[in-house]
Design a protein around this ligand. Structure first.
Ligand code: URA
Length: 208
């Protein structure tokens, strides 16, 4: 699975361990989501294109580089929201697009309830943000929407993935890159990733 990248960075592993801990309070949990998201986004954007940009330092002229590509951040509501802020600070020119999906309990299919994407794509690379890649249903539906929009390059950035979610997403969309901190053991019957960290939305927003 050459397009599935599992971070080996010691900082990521350390912070994921803290994040999983049942004793971690929402405030620390949010900080950790923010920090891990920044580290994963740093890895996920290693292939962005730059253009040569001459720059004058106080001492001399130098050959610099600046980013050529516009990045779109697409958080999966609601747990993905906590991943936006830190990444946006690092990439202030990124655009943030919200796509709202919920799962129809009868058909089990994702239904789009919010989408204000303009007619044509305005970004070169989309980063879909969701801390948990569980069944893969929301991620697949979000990629479907972005592809219909005309997005050319799409990457999924998540913190904890299940093997089932990775399989579903890579089978549905073999062309997208996945960047995650870890792939856990399995999904349980309730759709939770095991060992995981519980409900990432509830733990961030204190609603558990
Ligand atoms: N969403 C979560 O927040 N946690 C899981 O384990 C699975 C999906």
């Amino acid at each position: 699975m050459s397009n599935v990248h599992v971070s080996t960075h010691p900082l990521v592993r350390h912070k994921v361990c803290l994040l999983r801990n049942v004793e971690t309070e929402p405030r620390t949990f949010r900080e950790l989501i923010r920090e891990i998201a920044m580290l994963l986004a740093y890895e996920a954007t290693a292939d962005l294109k730059t253009r040569p940009t001459p720059v004058q330092t106080p001492l001399a002229g130098a050959e610099g580089e600046s980013l050529e590509e516009i990045i779109g951040l697409v958080p999966v509501l609601r747990a993905g929201l906590g991943m936006v802020e830190g990444i946006w600070e690092m990439m202030p020119s990124a655009e943030v697009w919200h796509i709202g999906l919920f799962r129809d309990e009868r058909t089990l299919k994702p239904v789009e309830y919010y989408n204000k994407l303009p007619v044509g794509p305005t970004v070169h690379v989309c980063l879909i943000l969701d801390p948990m890649l569980a069944t893969g249903g929301s991620a697949i539906a979000t990629v479907d929407v972005l592809k219909r929009w005309g997005a050319q390059r799409i990457k999924f950035v998540g913190i904890i993935a299940s093997p089932e979610g990775v399989k579903a997403l890579t089978e549905a969309h073999p062309d997208i890159d996945l960047h995650v901190a870890t792939i856990d053991s399995h999904l349980n019957e309730q759709g939770y990733i095991v060992p995981g960290l519980g409900d990432a939305g509830d733990r961030q927003f204190g609603t558990g």
